[in-house]
Design a protein around this ligand. Sequence first.
Ligand SMILES: [Mg+2]
Length: 352
Amino acid sequence: MRVIMLIDMDYFFVACEEIKRPELKQKPTIVGADPKEGKGRGVVMTCNYAARKFGIHSAMPISQAYKIKPDAEYLPMDYSYYESKSNEVFSIIKTFAEKVEQVSIDEFFIDLSVTLSEASDALEYAKRIKEAIATRAKLPCSIGISENKLIAKMACEKAKPSGIKLVRGADAKSFIAKMKLGELYGIGSKTEERLNALGYTTAEELAKASIMSLMENFGSFGIELHNIANAIDESEVVEAGDAKSISREQTFESDTSNPAEISSSIRRLASELGTELESKKISFKTIGIKLRYSDFSESLHGRTIRQTNQPGQIAETALSLFKENSEGRRKIRKLGVRVSGLTSYRSQKSLF
Ligand SMILES: [Mg+2]
C-alpha cells in the first residue's frame, strides 16, 4: 500500500504578502492585475478568505473584483518573493520526505510509503508537516492523503482551507462517486463537455462506461478517463532530476497530414511542457518528437542541444524535427513532444 500526500499552500500569493504586512489578514486582499479603478484588464491571481467572503475568487476579471470591493487591498505580483517562499517550503518538506515532486509554485506531492506503515501515522505525520510549514515559513497549507496522487489531490481540495483529509484506498471510489467530472484532477472543461454530451455527468457514471467506448471517443486518453473515474492512478512521485524525460502527447480527433494543424499542435504541446519545466525548475538538453501514423507505425526523432531552461527551444527544435522528418502526406494519428537530459536548477541563484 502506498501513502501519498499532496501539500497545497492556501491562498499562496496573498499569504506571502500577509507575512510582510500582517494587518492584511483582516482586510480583503487581492494579488493580481492592476484594477485601474475598474478599467483594468487581467485577472485576480489569488485573494484571501476575507475577500472570498464577498464572492471574489482567483481567475475572476480584476474589473469585476473591483466592482464588488473597490476598497479592497490590490497588490501586484511579487514573483521573486513568492518563489523564495516556495523554495523555503520545499526545503521544509524535504526534511520529511525523501522525494518531493513540485507540481506548481505552491503544490507538492510526497510519497511516504517507506517512511510510514500505518494510515493513522499518516494523519499525525501530516500534522507535523503542516505545523513545521506554519512555524518556519509562516504559511498555511492544506494536505490531502491517500494511496495515489489523484485521490490525494481530490482529498486536499476537500481539506481546504487549512485542513488535513485522509481518504483510505477502500473509500477512494465512493469518495469521488458524486463529483462532477470537471472537478476531477486530469479532466478539463473541454473533456467534461464532451463527456456530458455522451451522457456522463459524475465519476460514478463514467466509472461504468466501457474502456472500448471511451477509446472510440478519446483514443488512448479513454484509458486514463476510465482510470480517473475508478480512482486508479499508478503514477509515481518523481522529484525533478530523477525523471528521465517529460513528455506531452496528443491524439488527433481524426488522422491528419495538414502541416498547419500539426505545427499548431506541436507548439501547444511544447508550450505546456515549457510551463511544466519552468514551474518545476528543470532544464533540459534533448528534445524529441514521436509520430504515430494511422497504420500505428511510429517514428522517433531527437536532437541534443546545450543544456537550457529556455522553453522556446522546445517548440523551435520540435518544429524543425518535424519538417525534416515528416513523410509528406502520410496521416498522423498521434503526436508526442518530449524533453530529456533533465537537471534541476533550483539550487542556482534566481535570475530576478
Ligand atoms: Mg494553492
